[in-house]
Design a protein around this ligand. Structure first.
Ligand SMILES: [Zn+2]
Length: 660
């Protein structure tokens, strides 16, 4: 099944015709057709042009743009244009602008300038979304809806009185009455006991550390408040065009929004990904975020924004060297994307993104970038048969936003050095290097389809989540500082790992975070030595159902104490190992028949989508790869078998012959 009614892999980018004189549009359309562009994202920031005065719509220019796109075979990912409210709305209703934690109301002149809870902004946004839907419901170019833009970018939270009212309503819904809130928030600490819900405010800047349970609910609320806003526009679109899929562009692995909840509220997952060309390991981190996107709805997704070369918002914006744009695009397809789109089509001449690269650079069709655009369009057409195919994974990496928010609460943790993305990557990177396919999963998902589940950290773990992990029949790995608190950020009775104690067969006597730079030696049972940094724990083995010791601390205060343990199929790792490979290797070896993997040299990535094997050389030297099976390279049409040589930054997409 295709993501939209457009067949094959989607190719295109954001198109901002309102930044150009109309005589340029014809050239845009002609060049889009020449490059094989199949979709353009239109009108993301067009509110002030579509409705220059309240209720006075000017759709004429957008009519002509959509007609022109359709005449040239380009479908529209049509935005609701609500990402920047227009000046007239802001001046008439200054309260639609967000207020920061210091109480400063932000000014017009950038983007995403709205309070997520403002009923005025919401009413106007929904009205505009409905007007656009009614205008273009029958337009042949319309293929999908793009609601808002990059929710939580710039505006994740607002501390205004309206947001405070919304927060209290959300708390009322969650807790019912103020005493339940007092109990959940532990307000007996530091004299914070409330006698009425209307005494509660958002966590604005306070004299000292703010109640972490209040902060955790604030994080939940902020994600939910933006989701409500998205859903209000989505509902208006669905009423008018029930058959047109609705999406909003995610921002890879984003701390602010619970994407499990968000993905359930949209028809297809789309993502904006900007790996840094200056980071030699960027392709590993971005692969993790691509795997999350595929896992959110367990089906193909769309790379809705990426950069053809440099971006414009880092301290130093390094361009992509020849071959990298193609390689990164094919990598997204390998990880389940059914299309590759870019920010943006034509490089801007003004504004904060004028130095951001584009499919059609400032230099026009003479530029290196334009040749890359043409070549990628051709490559994606050759891969059309890949669209709709799935990626079988036997390993799940567990990620939950509640726990992430709790883990990274400021000012009250044993160590501020534990960052969830680092913890995920510590396990993901070696699996990626081994050519093992990985899905991500929320902590409450039924994991029965997997053979291995890895929980890098589950600081916040409910009884229900612990039961779900205990009922998993595959190999389970749990990382440090897990099972510490409940859903209200209160330490489980008896201490960590709380509801995971029976499953893991360990008790944490005391957390033992290490000072920056300190190294703790670890001795594995087979004699191999490892090292840990940042985090260790003083473990006790309980008398009833103790775990076996797989590795022990060596030297220092924890000398001889267990570092890595196993009870049945559950492995517990109480520290941040510099290299998890020995533990991972042992766990994978315990899986009957092993876990499917494709052996490749370092720096080469191997990813399967059903009958297709993607081999991607992320290095700058040629690499020899032994093909597991013969097949045909879709990119060149060449039959291949045995050993092949992959040129630097080159890729092969093999259609496997025979049984896979
Ligand atoms: Zn607000």
């Amino acid at each position: 099944m295709s993501l939209t009614r457009v067949p094959g892999l989607l190719f295109g980018g954001d198109y901002n015709p309102e930044q150009w004189l109309e005589e340029v549009w014809a050239e845009d359309a002609r060049l889009m057709a020449e490059a094989g562009v199949t979709m353009a994202t239109v009108a993301v920031f067009s509110w002030s042009r579509l409705e220059p005065r309240q209720g006075a719509y000017d759709f004429g220019w957008l009519d002509r743009v959509l007609d022109l796109l359709h005449e040239h075979g380009v479908a529209a990912d049509l935005a609701t244009a609500t990402a920047t409210p227009p000046p007239w709305l802001v001046r008439e209703h200054p309260e639609v602008m967000p207020v920061d934690a210091q109480g400063v109301r932000l000014e017009f002149g950038s983007r995403q300038g709205y309070c997520p809870s403002s009923p005025v902004y919401r009413a106007h946004a929904v009205r505009l979304a409905r007007a656009i839907a009614e205008r273009y419901a029958g337009h042949p170019a319309l293929a999908m809806w793009h609601v808002g833009n990059e929710y939580a970018d710039h505006t994740l939270e607002c501390f205004c009185p309206e947001s405070a009212r919304h927060f209290r309503a959300w708390l009322g819904h969650r807790y019912g009455d103020v005493e339940a809130l007092n109990a959940a928030w532990g307000t007996s600490c530091w004299g914070q006991h409330y006698t009425a819900l209307d005494q509660v405010e958002p966590p604005r800047k306070a004299p000292g550390p703010v109640n972490p349970a209040q902060l955790l609910d604030w994080r939940r609320f902020c994600s939910d408040a933006l989701l409500e806003l998205f859903a209000a526009e989505r509902d208006a679109l669905r009423e008018v065009t029930p058959d047109v899929p609705v999406t909003t562009n995610f921002m890879s692995i984003l701390h602010g929004l619970d994407y499990w909840k968000w993905a359930a509220a949209e028809d297809l997952v789309s993502d904006d990904a900007y790996p840094d060309p200056a980071d030699p390991a960027a392709h590993v981190a971005v692969a993790l975020s691509y795997d999350l996107m595929r896992s959110l709805k367990r089906r193909p997704w769309l790379l809705l924004e990426s950069a053809p070369s440099a971006v414009s918002w880092r301290e130093v914006n390094v361009p992509k060297p020849p071959g990298m744009m193609r390689l990164h695009s094919l990598q997204a397809v390998a990880h389940g994307a059914d299309g590759v789109m870019f920010f943006q089509w034509r490089q801007a001449r003004y504004g904060p993104e004028k130095f951001h690269s584009a499919l059609l650079p400032h230099g026009g069709t003479r530029a290196r970038g334009w040749r890359d655009t043409l070549a990628l369009g051709a490559d994606l057409r050759r891969l059309a048969e890949v669209a709709g195919t799935g990626t079988p994974a036997e390993v799940a990496l567990v990620l939950g936003w509640d726990s992430w928010w709790g883990l990274e609460a400021p000012e009250s943790m044993p160590s501020n050095r534990l960052k969830l993305k680092d913890l995920l990557l510590a396990w993901y990177a070696p699996l990626h290097a081994m050519g093992v396919a990985v899905d991500l999963a929320p902590p409450d998902r039924d994991l029965s389809g997997y053979r291995v589940a890895i929980v890098p950290n589950l600081y916040l773990c409910t009884e229900e989540q612990a039961e779900a992990l205990a009922s998993f029949t595959g190999e389970l790995v749990v990382g440090p500082f897990s099972g510490v608190v409940d859903a209200s950020d209160q330490v489980h009775p008896g201490g960590p790992p709380g509801p995971l104690r029976r499953l893991l067969g360990v008790e944490v006597d005391e957390f033992w975070p290490l000072p920056d730079g300190a190294v703790q030696r670890v001795r594995h049972a087979d004699g191999a030595e490892g090292t840990a940094r940042t985090w260790t724990e003083w473990l006790r083995l309980p008398d009833d159902g103790p775990a076996d010791v797989v590795a022990a601390y060596e030297g220092g205060e924890l000398d001889g104490l267990p570092a890595v343990t196993r009870r049945g199929r559950a492995t517990y790792v109480s520290c941040l190992l510099d290299d998890v490979t020995p533990v991972l290797g042992e766990v994978l070896a315990r899986v009957p028949g092993g876990v499917a993997r494709t052996a490749v040299p370092e720096g080469v990535e191997a990813v399967r989508r059903d009958r297709h094997l993607f081999l991607l050389n992320h290095t700058t030297t040629p690499q020899r790869v032994a093909l597991p099976q013969p097949g045909t390279d879709l990119l060149t049409g060449t039959p291949m078998r045995g050993q092949i040589e992959l040129a630097p930054r080159d890729a092969v997409v093999l259609r496997i012959e025979g049984d896979t």
